[in-house]
Design a protein around this ligand. Structure first.
Ligand SMILES: Nc1ncnc2c1ncn2[C@@H]1O[C@H](COP(=O)(O)OP(=O)(O)O)[C@@H](O)[C@H]1O
Ligand SMILES: [Mg+2]
Length: 368
């Protein structure tokens, strides 16, 4: 076996190693490996018999050296970009508690938490108000709404940080994005960081080893760190798949709260928010609509309302498709049929088995 061959084999292994570090975002370790690769190519060049092979190896060595330099520059030049990414997650919200129907206990918990955060104790006591809350439950039940309202109620900076987006867009750099996110949140305190699709941090085992772990570790460290900080940063995480989360992560949350499908009163309230409060008149009565939508999520009810409104608009304005600017839009009462049809056409997506699964999980891991 030629010496070349042994060296080239070694290089191959190192290349895989470097790639692994790049993915994990550990650039410094990747540089070290690049340095080794460059040295090995030089060694191979010195032993090469053919002039052309020697030149090829030297070129390779050069390529790896320059890679170290350009990535180093890129990293330094890139630093402010993480802050830019974090900044792009800031959302302005004007949602109030009244825009959320039902969920009284959760609203009260959040109101207390943010209430304490903005008050000044009359005596220097050591307060430790809840700063991390995990909201779990079926999709479309108001988890995002709750986080927005909590934020708006104290005029906090609201960061809408979708974990699956952070992972897919900034793969190896996701821990750095998290770093910047918390840094900015502290700077712009009071802040609320909303981690949507939080379960995305527990991908499958293989991916987890590469990327997820760094991210989880980062988030957990930040969550531990901010307890001691005087700046108010609250983490509200949301998940439809709480069972995908490790206990180690679950334990870090002060509260784990179930956000269920809306009950009768809550459904009635959502119809009122989507119709009555928007000045639409209906021929049906709200109790009747709530009764007919058992098992529907808030999002589905909101969808039903929009559908019924569109039907009324089409009925009242058959010529709407040829409308010109200034067209006078006629608004009539929304009929029972229009509402029933919209309900009929919208199928509830959360099964009874699913609800059972949430409830069981909640009994084991949820907070009272
Ligand atoms: N309790 C609720 N009160 C009023 N609207 C609701 C409620 N729950 C859901 N909705 C409607 O459904 C939409 C989606 O809610 P969202 O908070 O995004 O759900 P998720 O739990 O998936 O975060 C909202 O924009 C709103 O129109
Ligand atoms: Mg949501």
């Amino acid at each position: 076996m030629s010496i070349d061959f042994l060296i080239l084999n070694q290089i191959k292994k190192l290349e895989t190693e470097a790639e692994y570090y790049e993915k994990k975002g550990e650039k410094d370790k990747a540089y070290e490996v690049y340095e080794k690769i460059a040295n090995l190519y030089e060694k191979a060049a010195s032993k090469a018999l053919l002039q052309s092979t020697r030149e090829l190896y030297l070129m390779k060595a050069e390529e790896y050296r320059s890679r170290i330099n350009t990535t180093k520059e890129k990293i330094n030049g890139d630093e402010p970009d993480y802050i830019q990414i974090a900044k792009s997650m800031i959302e302005k919200t004007n949602l109030t508690w009244d825009d959320i129907s039902g969920l009284e206990k959760i609203k009260s918990l959040l109101r207390q938490a943010v209430g304490i955060a903005i008050s000044k104790p009359e005596k220097p006591v050591k307060l430790d108000p809840p700063r991390s809350i995990l909201l779990f439950g079926p999709p479309g039940t108001g988890k995002t709404l709750l986080a927005s309202a909590a934020s708006n109620s104290i005029n906090a900076t609201f960061f809408n940080a979708d974990i699956s987006k952070i992972l897919s867009r900034y793969v190896g750099d996701s821990p750095k994005t998290i770093d910047a996110l918390f840094l900015l949140a502290r700077k712009m305190s009071p802040s609320i960081i909303f981690f949507d699709e939080f379960d995305a941090i527990s991908l499958n085992r293989e991916e987890k080893e590469n990327i997820g772990t760094g991210l989880i570790q980062k988030i957990l460290t930040e969550m531990d760190g901010f307890r001691k900080s005087r700046d108010f940063v609250m983490v509200i995480a949301s998940t439809n798949r709480p069972w995908a989360l490790d206990e180690a992560i679950l334990n870090r949350f002060d509260y784990r709260v179930y956000v269920p499908l809306p009950d009768f009163e809550a459904r009635k309230g959502i119809f009122e928010i989507e119709l009555g409060k928007k000045n639409f008149e209906i021929e049906a009565d709200y109790d009747d609509l709530a009764k007919r939508t058992e098992g529907y999520s808030g999002r589905e009810i909101s969808h039903i309302c929009r559908k019924a409104i569109m039907s009324m608009i089409k009925r009242m304005n058959p010529d709407i498709e040829n409308a010109r600017p200034g067209y006078k839009l006629r608004i009539g009462k929304i009929t029972k049929e229009e509402l029933y049809k919209a309900i009929e056409e919208t199928k509830p997506s959360v099964s009874k088995e699913m609800i059972k699964k949430y409830e069981e999980w909640g009994r084991e891991y949820g907070s009272e």
